[in-house]
Design a protein around this ligand. Structure first.
Ligand code: CP
Ligand code: NVA
Length: 309
């Protein structure tokens, strides 16, 4: 009888204790990598990456990360695999998980990745769905921790669309005990059920983005139109016009506040160029840390709590 594998489908799949572990491993793995010191705990293991949406960072960080850990990575997309021709996701999961050791999926509805995971013999990682982007927020929180220490009790201001990245910040606030100020245009508010939140204790909604930014330690935003919602683009451009993160917002944040963005970014839309290219921006560290946290994540899902030397 085989044990059910451990999956990472949304941020609250891990406890605070598990994040403490994964972040500590991230630090160790990153330092070793920076010293050009090889570390191959996943020698001979195979990661399959399934993309139903476009990607630069997620593909690169998972593929490079798996190689750096001694394994190999295979890229599949909907366009040129049977996934795009109607093969049931349950059947694909049975087959793919018999030929690989771990799977990463970027897709549309969260229910697709859940159905895949329910039929998979190996761990499944969420590489972005319409609802969540847990690997991104893991990297963002690690970016805060490595600069400042614990995120507990801090305040994150989310300005813009209450999308997959926003939902994941909200879940993270519950797991790691910090606060999120959210400011969205009317009609785009947080849906706590869709975000799968336990309650409303860790976030507060503000009509005016300046009020959300006041006293924040991290100010963050994302594109106004996420992948899969392109048909709404024109309307969204109008609805979000007053929700650009600009220098005035950064000024009312706490001293030492940073600007984060998961990227790709649109300067002049959700963020002013002077902010994303300015001294408070940590966007390149966030992008780099995708690599390091995901290596720690794959190590944890496949090997558990290994002690590195
Ligand atoms: N932030 C992020 O997930 O980027 P990609 O869409 O390029 O993977
Ligand atoms: N919210 C964006 C994130 C891209 C990394 C999207 O889903 O398109």
């Amino acid at each position: 009888m085989s044990l059910a594998p451990k999956h990472y489908l949304q941020f609250n799949d891990f406890t605070r204790d598990e994040y403490d572990w994964v972040f500590e491993r991230t630090r160790w793995i990153k330092e070793k990598f920076k010293r050009y010191d090889p570390y191959h705990p996943l020698f001979d293991r195979t990661l399959v990456m399934i993309f139903e949406k476009a990607s630069t960072r997620t593909r690169l960080s998972f593929e490079a990360g798996m190689h750096q850990l001694g394994g190999s990575a295979i890229y599949l997309n909907t366009r040129d695999s049977q996934l795009g021709r109607g093969e049931p996701v349950e059947d694909a999961a049975q087959v793919i998980s018999r030929m690989s050791d771990i799977v990463m999926i970027r897709t549309f509805e969260q229910s697709i990745i859940e159905r895949f995971a329910a039929n998979s013999r190996v761990p499944v990682i969420n590489g972005l769905t319409n609802e969540y982007h847990p690997c991104q927020i893991m990297a963002d929180i690690y970016t805060w921790i490595e600069r400042n220490g614990s995120i507990q009790g801090k305040t994150v201001a989310w300005i813009g669309d209450s999308n997959n990245v926003c939902n994941t910040w909200l879940q993270a606030a519950e797991v790691l005990d910090f606060n999120v100020h959210v400011s969205t245009p009317a009609g785009y508010e947080v849906e706590p059920e869709r975000a799968n939140l336990y309650g409303t204790d860790h976030f507060e909604q503000f009509a005016d983005p300046m009020d959300a930014a006041r006293g924040a330690d991290i100010i963050t935003t994302d594109v106004w139109t996420s992948m899969g919602f392109e048909a709404e683009n024109e309307e969204r451009m109008k609805d979000f016009a007053d929700f650009q993160v600009d220098a005035d917002m950064m000024r009312v944040a706490n001293a030492g506040a940073v600007f984060m963005h998961c990227l790709p970014a649109h300067r002049g839309e959700e963020v002013a160029a002077e902010v994303i290219d300015g001294p408070q921006s940590v966007v390149w560290d966030e992008a780099e840390n995708r690599l390091h946290v995901q290596k720690a994540l794959m190590e944890y899902l496949l090997l558990g709590r290994v002690e590195g030397k």
